[in-house]
Write a protein that binds this ligand. Structure first.
Ligand code: G3P
Ligand code: MG
Length: 240
């Protein structure tokens, strides 16, 4: 049984405010080889790291990212919602986040949530990923949105792509049809047969989001290639 890659979901998000540089740095410090993050596009076209389409849940502001400028977004506090200890943490741009891979052996799994201007955003994203190519391995782009993945491929045919979803078998069909390298499957949609079928076609399987050690061990036994977790440092410590 090979050991799956442990990926930090939104950084070390169990302990730090999700999708912030602090959460990413803490994941890297713990030795996470891969970090998942989510991106949206600001009103003025900046690629912004945040999970939700609005800033309401994870900052002290309100409104849709798509209606706020990058200058307005930078003024918000993205740490206090988690704990007053993290007051002053800011929303990161994708560019400054990817720059972490210039000096650390980490790769990013960039999950595209929504492109408001698909061609321009996809070109911006792929250029950024090329500027900050990792020291080892490759960054990857994932999405629930098939069109977004195809737009990214049109901008850069060489990037590994992952289709996200809950039905492993259906995702595998899509991955085969579009030659995607990965399927990123909700953990309830993963079976041994599905993993074997993926591997028979040269497609890798990432399972999300797994925070319990016992569950992670079960998926490792099924042969998945990567496990995405809010508690990546704890999983890494357990498998070492
Ligand atoms: O990439 C796996 C996972 O991040 C997909 O769901 O909602 O956490 O972005 P979500
Ligand atoms: Mg995500």
């Amino acid at each position: 049984m090979s050991t799956p890659i442990i990926e930090a979901h939104r950084g070390y998000s169990a302990a730090y405010p999700e999708n912030t540089l602090l959460a990413f740095r803490q994941a890297i410090a713990a030795g996470a080889p891969s970090i998942e993050l989510d991106i949206h596009v600001s009103a003025d076209g900046e690629l912004v790291v945040m999970h939700d389409a609005t800033v309401d849940r994870t900052t002290n502001g309100t409104g849709a990212i798509a209606n706020l400028s990058w200058t307005e977004l930078q003024r918000l506090d993205a740490g206090s919602w988690k704990s007053p200890t993290f007051a002053g943490e800011r929303i990161p741009s994708l560019e400054e986040t990817l720059a972490l891979s210039d000096s650390s052996p980490v790769v990013f799994n960039v999950e595209v949530k929504r492109f408001s201007d698909p061609v321009r955003s996809a070109e911006k994203l792929t250029a950024m990923l090329r500027r900050h190519a990792p020291r080892q391995g490759t960054h990857i782009v994932s999405s629930f949105d098939l069109d977004a993945l195809l737009q990214v491929r049109a901008a850069d045919a060489g990037l590994p792509l992952a289709i996200l979803g809950s039905d492993g078998v259906a995702l595998l069909e899509l991955a085969k049809k579009h030659s995607f390298s990965w399927v990123h499957v909700h953990h309830e949609g993963v079976t041994r047969d599905m993993v074997l079928a993926a591997h028979a076609h040269g497609i890798k399987v990432n399972v999300w989001t797994v925070d319990k050690l016992e569950l992670a061990q079960e998926y490792a036994k099924l042969g998945v290639d990567k496990i995405c977790s809010n508690r990546a440092p704890e999983l890494l410590a357990a498998i070492r």
